[in-house]
Design a protein around this ligand. Structure first.
Ligand code: PLP
Length: 395
């Protein structure tokens, strides 16, 4: 029996090291990583700038405490503020914790206005994490099953449905914020019309709600801007980030602007590890590299290229329902349930993911080169064609 709690059905492969977009297993075989540790390793594996920053910091100082000043934390905060246009940052250790901070900010905002039961509008098919508050915010019954009673204070609307949000607003005087992924990642790579997020910004302004964007998956350059909201011409009140922030060293952040800026005071929130010197040194090296090397723009170009190649090569493939994405957050929706494609891809030493049952999700590192992208496209097309043939034969 395993000594690990049974929380993951693990795939039968283990990696010992990596370089760029490649991972190497215990037998020395190379695998093309089109998942980046689920949108984490944007700079790929063993990036020299990161290795240097982490090893230098580890040789000096790992951890002190947030009861003292931490220079690397201030520096990373300054860089995030410069990249985002937001005003201030709280550092956590994960995406769920960054969202916990956001949820607490929203509740504080409500209480300051005399609202006793502050309620946050959240969406169907959303994913915000596995803590009790964030799983309650998540729009997926499977994530919640067995963990009731859920945390109160969330009202749910269908994703990308602005009218539904307006209807909730009319019937509920307790709304204080909207928490939304600019693109739903876990939910199946759903990209709303720009008017949806623009409309949410307007509604939040009209009603004095906080617009809180969960950019844990869409942030750090993945969709073609450092944050996905930067495809629009406004700022959110709160934005959360984690996965790609330090390329694999655990860290998260909750950024606030405008009226959300002064909501926390000393004692309102905290974290022992959050923003410690090691995590921040990794964060600084990561954000500097992403920005100085224009990896967001490169992700946009490479994402367009991959989509165009997939469209061309799968044009005749009737099993494909839709190919969509922004930057290097890509989804290929099939007409049938296809979770077993993850296993099939292992035979090709290709790491992909299937989400929502029938959406092949590709999240390659932002540093992927065209020849590697071609290999990825060829592998994915072969998988889909073989899958279609199997379906046809078993029909
Ligand atoms: N929010 C979004 C949009 C995510 O995709 C995820 C993880 O997949 C989370 C939050 C949770 O992040 P973490 O696993 O770091 O707690």
């Amino acid at each position: 029996m395993s000594t690990l709690m049974n929380t993951y059905s693990r795939l039968p492969v283990e990696f010992t090291h990596g370089e760029g977009v490649w991972l190497y297993d215990t037998a020395g075989n190379a695998w093309l990583d089109a998942l980046s540790g689920i949108a984490v390793c944007g700079l790929g594996h063993a990036h020299p700038a990161l290795t240097k920053a982490i090893s230098e910091q580890a040789g000096r100082l790992l951890h002190t405490s947030n009861i003292y000043h931490i220079g690397a934390q201030r520096q990373l905060a300054d860089k995030l503020i410069a990249a985002s246009g937001m005003d201030c940052v709280f550092f956590s250790n994960s995406g769920a914790e960054a969202n916990e901070a956001a949820i607490k900010l929203a509740r504080m905002h409500g209480h300051n206005k005399g609202i006793d039961l502050p309620t946050i509008i959240v969406f169907e098919s959303s994913f915000h994490g596995r803590t009790l508050a964030t799983l309650s915010a998540t729009g997926n019954r499977k994530v919640q099953a067995g963990f009731g009673p859920l945390v109160k204070g969330f009202a749910r609307a269908p994703f990308a449905d602005l009218d539904a949000v307006k209807t909730i607003a009319k019937n509920n005087q307790n709304i204080v914020a909207v928490l939304v992924e600019p693109i739903q990642g876990e939910g199946g790579v759903h990209i709303p019309e720009p008017a949806f997020l623009d409309g949410l910004r307007e509604l939040c302004d009209q009603n004095d709600w906080l617009l809180m964007l969960d950019e844990v998956q869409t942030g750090n350059g993945r969709t073609g801007k450092y944050f996905a909201y930067q495809h629009h011409n406004w700022l959110p009140d709160v934005v959360t980030t984690a996965k790609g922030l330090a390329n694999g060293v655990p860290i998260g952040a909750c950024l606030a602007s405008g009226k959300a800026t002064g909501l926390f005071g000393p004692g309102n929130h905290g974290s022992t590890f959050g923003g410690n010197p090691l995590a921040c040194a990794a964060g600084i090296a990561t954000i500097d590299t992403i920005i100085n090397e224009n990896y967001a723009e490169k992700a946009l170009q490479m994402g367009d290229y991959i989509q165009q190649q997939l469209r061309e090569k799968l044009a005749e493939q009737s099993i494909v329902k839709e190919i969509r994405g922004k930057g290097l957050l890509l989804g290929i929706e099939l007409k049938h349930e296809c979770t077993n494609l993850v296993q099939k891809a292992l035979e090709k030493r290709l790491l992909i993911n299937v989400t929502n049952g029938n959406v092949i999700r590709l999240l390659p590192p932002l540093i992927i080169q065209q020849a590697e992208a071609d290999q990825l496209v060829a592998g994915v097309c072969q998988l889909i064609n073989a899958f279609a043939q199997d379906m046809a034969e078993s029909a």
